[in-house]
Write a protein that binds this ligand. Structure first.
Ligand code: GDP
Ligand code: ZN
Length: 378
């Protein structure tokens, strides 16, 4: 039987409607200045884990929604090619097939009429069926449903910047700037909220003795978050990182100065240079507005590398939702005496007991407390 992904309601009894976004001031107090992006260029991973989750079922129909991809016409795929939009240049979408051929595609008029709920029916990262024409041109006939979107709020509108991102490489440095484990936990939450798989990269391993980091690394790996030590300078850990990137669409995220550009270059030498050239000047030598684009990796897979996409923000997270981003709490949450336990002041809280019994890291628990406290002051 065919497997299908469907969205189902997720812990609805605990959800509250999202609040208005007054987050930035909270972040500032927590040393987040370096991460604030310019003006309306606030980028966040967007998902609806709080309200729904994706499950795989056998042949269950997907719930209808109102995004354009839900109203997509079905097409016969004979004579069509499948590919990924790697960049959008004005009216043209550059679509790359699995074999690496690029087609300059226009959008079928029928699809353009679906613009209503989102600004663009086709965006970077979209997986599309297109009709190939002469000279590597083509016509996009259908856009597949999206997952793992990076969005940007601009003039109060949500705008999908990159669709179908699989994972976020959370880059932190061990020194310069110093390691802030609580920040890692926030990034993990952002990634999970956006339906993106987190990977942690502890960079600048060449600068410090890192034997004492094993417990931290071991803990994250144990809860299912791949965590690795890297050095963009010495090349340490880079082949491991390359393996994690292969075949996936990834975005690098982290404070400035942690080594994101250096790591990209270490993974694929020459990458940063190329990124800068492509986004600043188009092939006619004119400057273009910087739009997101995907860079194909030699080892397979894509990297999102667009200034402003590198930094993710926590966005309209409600305290009740935060516990879901601490995967190791999950087995205990159901054992708390109160169904709406916040795992703070309550007696008979199974999460707190697990912290006492060292089944949950005290450091992670404190990250959790920090995150719900910030939320409550909203
Ligand atoms: P980004 O702002 O996150 O893109 O960080 P950059 O890649 O620009 O790196 C910031 C600074 O850290 C630069 O001076 C890099 O040379 C340096 N750097 C990056 N990675 C490493 C590393 O693994 N080891 C050392 N020693 N320095 C690094
Ligand atoms: Zn509890």
């Amino acid at each position: 039987m065919a497997k299908k992904k469907v969205r189902v309601e997720f812990r609805k009894n605990r959800s509250k409607p999202p609040r208005s976004n007054t987050w930035t001031s909270e972040f500032r107090e927590h040393g987040y200045e370096e991460q604030a992006t310019l003006g309306d260029e606030r980028v966040r991973a967007r998902g609806d884990l709080s309200r729904a989750r994706t499950i795989i079922t056998d042949d269950a129909p997907a719930e209808p929604g109102n995004s354009p991809t839900d109203q997509m016409p079905s097409v016969t795929t004979t004579d069509l090619l499948f590919g990924r939009v790697i960049k959008v240049l004005g009216l043209h979408n550059v679509v790359e097939t699995a074999s690496g051929e690029q087609y300059k595609c226009a959008i079928r008029r029928l699809l353009k009429n679906l613009h209503t709920s989102e600004r663009s029916v086709v965006t970077t990262g979209d997986l599309v069926w297109f009709k190939p024409e002469a000279n590597f041109e083509g016509m996009i006939m259908r856009v597949e449903p999206r997952h793992g979107n990076l969005t940007r709020a601009s003039r109060k509108k949500e705008h999908v910047l990159v669709a179908n991102v699989d994972q976020v490489v959370i880059v932190v440095s061990l020194v310069e700037p110093e390691l802030k484990p609580h920040l890692i936990d926030r990034y993990i939450a952002v990634a999970m909220k956006g339906d993106l798989k987190p990977i942690i990269c502890l960079n600048k391993a060449d600068l410090v003795e890192h034997g004492n980091l094993q417990p931290l690394i071991g803990y994250y790996n144990q809860i299912g978050i791949p965590t690795l030590l890297t050095s963009a300078s010495s090349g340490y850990g880079i082949s491991n990182l390359r393996e994690l990137l292969a075949g996936k669409a990834s975005v690098f995220s982290g404070q400035s100065g942690v080594g994101k550009s250096s790591l990209l270059n270490a993974v694929q030498p020459g990458l940063s240079l190329r990124v800068r050239n492509v986004s600043e000047v188009n092939n006619k030598g004119r400057h273009t507005t910087t739009t997101a684009e995907l860079i194909r990796l030699e080892g397979g897979g894509y990297l999102v590398d667009t200034p402003g996409v590198r930094q993710l923000e926590l966005w309209d997270t409600i305290p009740e939702e935060v516990e879901m981003y601490f995967v190791e709490f999950r087995p205990f949450i159901t054992m708390c005496a109160y169904p709406d336990c916040s795992h703070t002041h309550e007696s008979k809280c199974a999460v707190k007991q697990a912290v006492e019994r060292r089944l949950i890291s005290a450091r992670r628990y404190h990250s959790y407390l920090g995150m719900i406290k910030t939320d409550k002051r909203n």
